[in-house]
Design a protein around this ligand. Structure first.
Ligand code: CO
Length: 489
């Protein structure tokens, strides 16, 4: 990783670039600000929306990147906005969008952007403030990555342990979820549900003179426990992890940090990490019942944001994930690069299967299909941690960014594609039909930007045929984002 250093103040060029971004008629439009908050009771709909679909698809996206004094440096640091497509069960679709009312956004607005300190936007800080931050690290509450349910609460998450509670109907911000912070300073926005225990299982890292990985579980904002711990000298950056009924599986990217550097450098979070391919990818399986480290494996180096699924095969363990060749994807997602349209930002994420044999310390790998894949989703409720057949995801193909949707059959390696001219599709979310038997009996929902029209629509595909069944036209452009969830009513 290169180091992007120092404070960048807004220049005439960077502001002009931001203006340009709103005029471009391709994927770059997805990285322009959208600060309008709207509420529409009934969107124009074509096709037939299934009447069994009741509830809301809520997504979180970085929606404000530009401020009076400067812009954020990285897409991951844009201010979080919630978008909700609501389904009443009568064929109609409503829409609403609202910013999360976070401390991070308030500070960014008040300081013209100077006070932003996030994933990869370097803070404007005096040396004095840097030294102070060693003792009380400044963690952002800009929860723009993912959403989930914890007990009766709905929370928005980033990789700091300060989730933000929100109302899934009105999208109002309700305050912080205070209970996550005791497990570590860094966590993931991809917790797993354990339906049997009614818990959210997650990974955290505690950084310090003695750093530690922790697997923890929470049943509510106040109830939680640590399942397993492991000492580590140079913690890895991990965006997600996997579980099976018996194991919690950490997949250590060879992108690691010296914790002292993180405390003292004054640089943004990820700029302190170093790419060390000689480490390979180390995988650790922890027994979820006893917390004991069951076994570890190593694989040839790659970089992973997202696991797809994992399952036990006798005494062996299988993990499927989206593998990038290296961590340069992080730099390719810097805002200026995305807005300039340079490079193929997401090419090279391969759906990869790792087989962790009981008698070996080396993982064997093979590609699941001959297609690129990111933002993967499965029939989570019935298949997470278990043998499964289908994964849905975004795919770039020949385009410069994620554009198409794909459905891969991981059993035979075949795949089908949904694509349309000028369309740039976001993460596909599978919603099962109630009482459906087949793994893919349901719909796939994706927010798609029509770059030519300059607006977005909600696409509904039959998950089995991968053909369109309906679409609802949003009143404006929904910026590109990462993850969303369907919350049934
Ligand atoms: Co993610």
């Amino acid at each position: 990783m290169s180091i992007v250093s120092g404070t960048r103040t807004a220049t005439a060029e960077s502001m002009a670039e931001a203006d340009d971004a709103t005029r471009r008629r391709d994927h770059r439009l997805g990285f322009a600000d959208q600060t309008e908050e709207v509420r529409v009771d009934a969107l124009p709909v074509s096709g037939d929306v299934p009447t069994w679909l009741r509830g809301g698809l809520v997504r979180v996206t970085p929606a404000q990147m530009d401020f009076d004094q400067r812009s954020v440096s990285h897409w991951f640091d844009g201010m979080a906005m919630l978008n909700r497509f609501g389904f009443a069960g009568d064929g109609s679709v409503s829409y609403a969008s609202r910013f999360l009312d976070t401390d991070a956004r308030k500070a960014a607005l008040a300081s013209g952007g100077a006070a932003i300190s996030g994933f990869a936007t370097d803070p404007c800080r005096s040396l004095f403030q840097r030294v102070q931050s060693l003792f009380s690290p400044e963690l952002t509450d800009n929860a723009n990555v993912n959403l989930t349910r914890l007990g009766d609460e709905y929370i928005a998450m980033t990789e700091t342990p300060i989730p933000v509670r929100f109302d899934p109907e009105t999208l109002a911000t309700l305050g912080h979820d205070e209970g996550a912070a005791r497990f570590g300073q860094i966590t993931t926005a991809h917790p797993h549900h354990d339906p049997e225990r009614g818990e959210l299982v997650n990974f955290a890292a505690q950084l310090g003179a003695k750093s530690e990985y922790r697997i923890y579980a929470r049943s509510s904002s106040t109830e939680g426990r640590t399942l397993a711990t492991m000492g580590v000298r140079e913690p890895s950056y991990m965006h997600s992890f996997a579980i099976t009924p018996r194991y919690a599986l950490l997949i250590e990217n060879p992108l690691v940090v010296n914790p002292l550097r993180l405390a003292l450098s004054g640089k943004a979070f990820i700029h302190n990490y170093r790419w060390k391919p000689e480490l390979g990818v180390r995988i650790h399986a922890f027994d979820r019942e006893t917390g004991v480290l069951h076994r570890s494996w190593v694989a040839d180096p790659f970089f992973v944001f997202h696991t797809i699924n994992a399952f036990e095969d006798g005494e062996d363990i299988v993990i499927d994930l989206c593998a990038h060749e290296d961590a340069s994807i992080i730099e390719l997602l810097e805002l200026e690069k995305l807005r300039a349209g340079s490079g193929h930002a997401v090419l090279g994420a391969r759906p990869l299967r790792l087989t962790l044999a009981a008698g070996s310390g080396v993982a064997s790998t093979r590609e699941l299909a001959d297609v690129d894949l990111e933002l993967p989703r499965i029939a989570y409720r019935t298949r997470n941690g278990l043998p499964y057949r289908y994964v849905y995801g975004g795919s770039a193909g020949e385009a410069a960014f994620l554009k198409r949707l794909v459905k891969i059959d991981v059993e035979d390696g075949s795949h089908v594609v949904w694509d349309e001219p000028n369309a740039w599709a976001g993460e596909p979310v599978f919603v099962p039909r109630p009482d459906g038997d087949a793994e893919d009996d349901g719909v796939v929902l994706s927010v798609v930007m029509d770059a030519e029209a300059g607006s977005s629509f909600l696409l509904m595909l039959d998950a089995q045929t991968f053909e369109e069944i309906a679409r609802a036209e949003a009143p404006h452009r929904v910026p590109f984002g990462f993850h969303g969830q369907f919350f049934g009513s």
